[in-house]
Design a binder for this molecule. Sequence first.
Ligand code: SF4
Ligand code: SF4
Length: 265
Amino acid sequence: MVLCQPDAGKSCGACCGLYNYVDSSREALTKRLSDRTKRFRELVHTPDDIQRYAEATFAVEDFRKRYEVIYCCEYLGFLDCGEKKVGCLVHPIQNDGVDMRTVSFYGQDVCAGHLCPSHHFIPRSQQLILLKIIDDWYLYGLCLTDIDLVVAYFRLIADRIGQELKPEVFDEPALKDVALEYFHWKMTWPFRSAEVNRLGKYYFDGSQYMISHINYEKFGREISPLNAIFLSLSSEFHDVAELETAEKMVWNNIETFLSLYDDIF
Ligand code: SF4
Ligand code: SF4
């Protein structure tokens, strides 16, 4: 199963640099992708027009990045009129079979063949759950590419119910809503570090990627069992009260899920 373009309601463009702009807010990305799509449709009728499109895009957009080493591709746009699906504007499906990905930074082979680690490291049942519960390109790409955020949450629940969660469980709207509350924290987590140059658990120190770290010792605490989740949510705690509030939020979410699950199944 390829996760990039799963259905009519969402898709992912993370590996094309979607979230690597300094301003990667939903509002900024929506405008960026929408403007590109209109520009592409107006200017590009044959492969010879691509250069004009690229120049016009570089002239008007702010291409400052979070991580310098990750390319932000100028050809990522919206694929549908409803702006529900992000994707490649130079893909052959978008251009009557003409493959224009040869112009891309990565080249046609990489663009056509790349599958990110989420395809291998998120178990299939959890991939299917994500497809079921998230219908929003912005949140979908953010969560799908955050392997720890997904795997740690479903593991904590599976450990308590004694089996892996089945995707059908999320046909129950109440259970879907509880899981969505958790995944929405990827956008709204109150303890997210204000540092701009940070996405998930990684940060870039100017020369290499580093995995961020939460200093539990200074709070007189052992490493939290929720540490992987906290790192995925780019957490920064200023005192032990914040840490405990964060733990309570996640555990409450899980307890609510388990209680509903027990009632329904
Ligand atoms: S980050 Fe992964 S799922 Fe998203 S578009 Fe790239 S390969 Fe597909
Ligand atoms: S050209 Fe390649 S990197 Fe750019 S949007 Fe298309 S698939 Fe992504």
